[in-house]
Design a protein around this ligand. Structure first.
Ligand SMILES: Nc1nc2c(ncn2[C@@H]2O[C@H](COP(=O)(O)OP(=O)(O)OP(=O)(O)O)[C@@H](O)[C@H]2O)c(=O)[nH]1
Length: 316
């Protein structure tokens, strides 16, 4: 029997591929760790990731594996129905990835916010859970020991089984490679999900556009399966705001193909567009950590999916 050309050489470890996501309180060190694992160039793909509600933050390409790091919006104690629905969305995403890694900064004791997050995570049965003690360079070995014990305790108290508890410092690179290896070990066998070259610098505009598109598709996916495109026209911090009260101002256009679709997106007297705006705003705020002013306009780009010029304009 001949071996198919795609099979790994005999004795070689099988190629693995899959998704992991870092979660944790604001400032836990998630982005810095992502950068450390992926390399200096954090990447995002233009193609749609397999999981629907996530944004690809970076891709680790290795001969033996492809590890795709995705972002989910932050989890918050829900005060409103929308808040609850956003949290449900996060939990759904956790169920779609292979590993969720909770970051606990070593210079802070795990608190009620961490417990809430871990409690929610515990509901996601199948996904592998890692605990990461981040910023280990900021504490003494004794303090780190206490921290690891606290993480272990939190796991037991919430019924969460940590597959690994890994201390890392993204700043001095300590244990970052080990963490990458441990994550890869938990990925299923599978081919590369993205081509090697499929990386560009991560523009926050792309993330924002994707979040708006997701919000706009919510509930109308069947009616408008692929007809919505979003382009962020302008995005920047509003000038003249105090440093501790930044406001991210975003102007975006939502393109549909026909006027009937415009009606669906806008809704009765604009009610639906308002909901879309609110949901997107919450998502963007949760993702980027800055309060957002979002200005959304719906436009028709006739049959954009069939028009190469329009497609380019819309970033495809
Ligand atoms: N000393 C030290 N500082 C770190 C380390 N990792 C991150 N930091 C710092 O901690 C702060 C927060 O790091 P981020 O990576 O932005 O944290 P984050 O979890 O992505 O934050 P949000 O985007 O707010 O959720 C930054 O000032 C980092 O420089 C580390 O390993 N050691």
């Amino acid at each position: 029997m001949t071996t198919p050309p795609t099979a790994p050489p005999e004795g070689a470890a099988p190629h693995r591929s899959g998704f992991a996501c870092f979660v944790g309180r604001p400032n836990a060190g998630k982005s810095t760790l992502t950068n450390a694992i992926v390399g200096t160039k954090v990447a995002i793909t233009s193609s749609k990731p397999q999981t629907t509600r996530t944004v690809v933050r970076g891709i680790v390409h290795r001969p033996d594996a492809q590890l795709v790091l995705v972002d989910t919006p932050g989890l918050h104690k829900p005060r409103t129905l929308l808040g609850e629905r956003l949290n449900d969305l996060v939990v759904t995403t956790w169920a779609e990835v292979d590993v969720v890694a909770v970051c606990f900064p070593a210079d802070q004791k795990p608190g009620p916010g961490d417990r809430f997050l871990v409690d929610e995570l515990a509901k996601v049965r199948r996904t592998t859970k890692f605990a990461i003690a981040t910023k280990t360079d900021l504490v003494t070995p004794e303090q780190l020991g206490q921290h690891l014990l606290a993480i272990d305790r939190l796991g037991r108290e919430t019924g969460t089984e940590w597959a690994e508890i890994v201390p890392v410092s993204a700043v001095n690179g300590d244990q970052v490679q080990l963490l990458a290896d441990l994550l890869v070990q938990r990925l299923p066998e599978g081919p590369q999900l993205y081509p090697d070259g499929d990386l560009t610098d991560a523009p926050e505009e792309a993330i924002v556009a994707e979040l708006i598109r997701e919000a706009a598709l919510e509930g109308v996916r069947d009616e408008l399966p692929h007809s919505i495109a979003v382009v962020v026209e302008e995005m920047g911090l509003r000038e003249g705001r105090p440093a501790d009260k930044p406001l991210l101002e975003i102007h975006a256009n939502l393109f549909v193909e026909r006027s009937s679709q415009k009606g669906i997106v806008i809704g009765h007297k604009g009610s639906r567009l308002k909901e879309v705006g609110t949901a997107a705003r919450h998502q963007i705020t949760a993702m980027l950590g800055t309060p957002v002013y979002l200005d959304l306009h719906v436009k028709i780009a006739k049959d954009w999916q069939r028009d190469p010029k329009q497609l380019r304009r819309l970033g495809f």
